[in-house]
Design a protein. Structure first.
Length: 198
């Protein structure tokens, strides 16, 4: 990611949490995301890397369930806002860094989580290989992506192909319910749970 991209997202940070699925201010939307995350990550406290974490909303949801979460975002303003939101809440940290090549220790995470970022990266296959290197042997990658009406994004089939190319098995969960988004959607949105092949 370029410094110009970072500056653009610094500007976006001011209004980022106004989107229902970013700020999670609506209790219905918040509960939907909490339930989804609980269905995708291990049921016991885990170490989770939240890559492209934005203002840290999902990281904090996970930390509230006693997971240890390290958030990474290349926008200093997003990270500043995430840190302010977290305050002194235990078990969560935020670092400025590139989600495509995160400054995190290899073989250390039970989960690598990424929401709405993989589609924008220039080498998603290479990125996934780096993310897999962050995992402990039985770790998993959780991707939340979409093929949006704007023409941007990744189809579920494309994401599954990328995940399988990284040596992982994929399970797709469609996310059409407006409870996740704060309103009706007319595009493809989904979660992919990816694990190493047995």
């Amino acid at each position: 990611m370029s410094s110009r991209d970072s500056e653009l997202w610094d500007v976006e940070a001011e209004t980022f949490d106004q989107e229902p699925d970013h700020g999670l201010h609506d209790p219905v939307v918040r509960a939907a995301w909490q339930s989804l995350l609980r269905s995708l990550v291990p049921p016991i406290p885990s170490r989770i890397a939240d890559l492209g974490c934005g203002t840290g909303t999902l990281a904090l949801l996970l930390a509230e369930d006693a997971h240890e979460v390290d958030g990474v975002d290349f926008s200093p303003e997003m990270v500043r806002r995430a840190c302010a939101k977290a305050g002194t809440f235990p078990g969560v940290t935020f670092t400025v860094g590139d989600a495509a090549d995160p400054p995190l220790p290899a073989a250390s995470y039970d989960v690598v989580l990424c929401r709405h970022v993989l589609w924008a990266l220039p080498d998603p296959a290479g990125v996934l290989a780096r993310w897999v290197d962050l995992l402990v042997p039985d770790g998993r990658v959780v991707l939340i992506e979409g093929d949006w009406s704007t023409g941007a994004g990744l189809t579920a089939d494309r994401t599954v192909a990328l995940v399988e190319g990284a040596g992982l098995d994929a399970t797709v969960t469609p996310l059409p319910d407006e409870g996740y988004w704060g309103g009706r959607i007319d595009d493809e949105r989904y979660a992919v749970l990816a694990r190493r092949r047995a």
